[in-house]
Design a protein around this ligand. Sequence first.
Ligand code: MG
Ligand code: ZN
Length: 463
Amino acid sequence: MSAFLPAPSRRGARAVARALPVLAIGVAVAIPVAASAGSSYKPNTSVGHAPGHARNVIMFLGDGMGDSEITVARNYAVGAAGRLPGLDAFHNQGEYTTFAVREDAPASPDYVTDSAASGTGWATGRKTSNGRISTTAGTDRDLPTILEIAKAAGMRTGDVSTAELTDATPAVLASHVSARGCQGPADMAACPQDAKQNGGPGSIAEQEVDHNVDVLLGGGQGRFTQLNTGGKYTGQSVVAQAQAKGYQYVTTAADLAATKAGPFKKVLGLFSAGNMDLELTGPAAVPYPGNPAARCTTNAARTATAPHLADMTTKALDLLSTKRGPGFFLQVEGASIDKQDHAANVCGQIGETLAFDEAIQAGLAYQATHPDTLVVVTADHGHTSQIVEAQTDTDHSPGDIVTVTTADGQPMIVNYATNLHGRSQSHTGTEVRIVASGPQSDRVMGTTDQTDLFRTFRAALGL
Ligand code: MG
Ligand code: ZN
């Protein structure tokens, strides 16, 4: 499970790139990087026009995964001339704009979005202001989400993340609150109107359970163990609420693996108190002159009983997949690409990007045997990390830098300079990559907007 890229040898970069057989962070079946030979899934064949209807949608969301974050991970893991077997496997590719709108002037753009407003974009097809979860800017009205629409059509639904399940990206599909911080029943100070005792739908955790999302996997026990303060389950935890509503509750990879695919029963899997642990660790980014070049290492402090993102993805697909009738809508988030970009932690960021890549590989493997599945991979906003030139005494970044040795055996200097040293780095307002394969995947091509993805889902599913 801990198979990790070998240290680069002294051979030339091309030889090293070719010699690297696998990209593996804890997934059972590693996929050869060298495209076709030996792959356990067929390369996606959607090129250009992709007609037909999708029974299923798998939406992969890399939080804060701009082009730069993808390139950092690619250089590190497979070299500059290598290709990541998940992220780089798609032909139908576009860019989409991600801006939010202003709370006090909803007709005006806010150029840098957060995950709440951006997620609301693809979840509902509508722009909102930063911090809002599927509610309208200024007027605080609930917006119907693609998960709710899919559910109403009889589809199964899943929401998977390496963050707390109540974090913004998983939240936008199955809850409506005015402030993203309202994650558990004890966190409602910023949105009292949404609390159940005040006639609202409750915290994000309560709403996710009340939405009967069939598969909920991620972190965030600390939100779900809070006690309901209003409604039918007053005085009981959200976990107890879920169990009363028919959920199997699991907290380890082994227990998750033991859940049965049918007759179908809902699953709530919470594998950490807060966000799930990181895959990789390594040198910190600091002001010039920085650190000697180093490789990242496996995070020994990672909770051993927790599943990896690819494990959760594979299990979610197993639980959601049906032979007949309506299909499923599943979202899978690699959440801590963003969180480690904020923290200027390059190895943390790389490890989460590679774990996300492995989850995508699991999705593509499913699609290979279920071609009526639309797979979309995108991000919610750009972020800080930039690959920069060699730094000198006279010319160097005023921010933090960190140097890692890539699969090419070369130093890669990564710069974090959207905030002061030691402070949280900032999102950026750039457009980001969107790729897709399967029915209607050509709709992501060209330059689109985040809200267009909601319409792509509806068109593909015929909803
Ligand atoms: Mg997120
Ligand atoms: Zn962020």
